[in-house]
Design a protein around this ligand. Structure first.
Ligand SMILES: *Cc1c(COP(=O)(O)O)cnc(C)c1O
Length: 391
């Protein structure tokens, strides 16, 4: 097959949608005013900001005063956890999260442990799903915060957020969900989910990088994590990223409007990809849940090979993929998500994540399917583990 350029790493980031780019452009050079100023060009920025906040609030089923614009997913997760933990310290010091969260949540929990907070890291089953009953049993009278991601960035597993929201109802415990991977694939109504806080990041749904949303329900204890001006109702200081916010809002509207057709597109390609690889390569596992998973996520483990080596070989053939999360690519540690799912270390090392998106076609999928058997075979031919197993 002829060499192609294929991007299958949409869980790491996505290209900006042309309409999002178009919407942003005037706010860099013509409508550049600071929304806090009072003259004409600033009023244009203020109006754009107000309109964006109203649109985002509408999509989330929230009030405009409950929307905080941030610099992205990491800031949203940090602010959600630190902001509520420090604000609730007089009430208790116990936090519950899962062992498969993004590092923006896990590392923030490790940070909070240094300040006297105690964190329960819930295990997950072999599919990567948190058990709500187990979560309920972990609650103590010191529990102030629960943070469980809506969908996992490595294996695509979707968590029972609404169910957890129900069981926390009336308990006076703050509930946060990192919904960064869910945007554009799952409904995001904060009332249906029963959350106090929800984090989103624009660059995961075809918006620009460096901008995001933190939903903060009215009356939720919260201590601002960034001091300065009074922007975002004193909850996040700093001149607003007006172009980014405008571009993000355009992208979010499109993602929500086209949710079903995008999911159909991704699901169809995912099934073709999984079937193709499982049918042509031996000793490969399809990680995660069959149905409770993001439509665009494929996570595979190939026995006796290194995921990194597969990635390098795919890259030489024009294919961009990941071996787990972008953050683990640089380290030799196997994915904490796969480890929590009980996948043996040596198999976790042979993992490959392919995340589909708008630009992908059946031809892209067939190209990747045609490459993998040869790559895996060559790598196994050099692997002492494969040789041992063959004896
Ligand atoms: C990408 C990602 C983040 C971090 O978002 P940034 O905007 O890149 O800081 C957080 N959580 C999840 C689940 C993600 O996939």
């Amino acid at each position: 097959m002829e060499k192609r350029t294929v991007y299958m790493d949409h869980a790491a980031t996505t290209p900006v949608h042309p309409k999002s780019l178009e919407a942003m452009l005037p706010y860099f050079s013509e409508k550049y005013g600071n929304p806090s100023s009072i003259y004409g060009v600033a009023r244009e920025s203020r109006k754009a900001l107000d309109d964006a906040r109203e649109a985002v609030a509408g999509i989330l089923g929230a009030k405009t005063t409950e929307i905080i614009f941030t610099s992205g997913g990491s800031e949203g997760d940090n602010a959600a956890l630190k902001g509520t933990a420090f604000a609730s310290k007089s009430k208790g010091n116990h936090i519950i999260t899962s062992s498969i969260e993004h590092h923006a949540v896990l590392h923030t929990c490790h940070f909070l442990e240094k300040f006297g907070f105690e964190v329960t890291y819930l295990p997950v089953d072999n599919y990567g799903i948190v058990d709500p009953d187990e979560l309920a049993r972990a609650i103590t009278d010191k529990t102030i915060l629960v943070s469980i991601m809506m969908a996992n960035n490595e294996v695509g597993t979707v968590q029972p957020i609404a169910e957890i929201g129900k069981l926390l109802k009336g308990k006076n415990i703050t509930f946060h969900t990192d919904a960064v991977q869910a945007a554009g694939a799952l409904p995001l109504d904060v009332n249906d989910l029963g959350v106090n806080l929800l984090t989103l990041s624009a660059h995961k749904f075809y918006g620009p990088k460096g901008v995001g949303i933190l939903y903060l329900k009215r009356a939720t204890p919260f201590l601002a994590q960034q001091q300065g001006g009074g922007q975002e109702r004193n909850r996040r200081a700093g001149t607003e990223n007006v172009p980014g916010i405008v571009g993000m809002t355009t992208a979010l509207k499109l993602a929500v409007e086209n949710l079903e057709s995008n999911n159909r597109h991704n699901t169809q390609l995912r099934e073709r990809l999984v079937k193709g690889v499982l049918g042509s390569v031996s000793k490969v596992r399809y990680n995660g849940h069959q149905t409770k998973r993001l439509p665009n996520n494929v996570n595979l483990s190939f026995e006796y090979v290194e995921g990194e080596s597969i990635l390098l070989n795919l890259d030489m053939m024009g294919v961009a993929a990941s071996s787990g999360s972008a953050c683990t690519s640089a380290s030799l540690e196997p994915s904490h998500v796969l480890m929590a799912m009980g996948i043996p270390v040596e198999i976790a090392h042979g993992s490959l994540r392919l995340t589909l998106g708008a630009s992908n076609t059946e031809e892209d999928v067939d190209y990747v399917v045609s490459l993998l058997p040869g790559i895996v075979e060559r790598l196994r031919a050099m692997s002492p583990l494969a040789a041992q197993a063959a004896q």
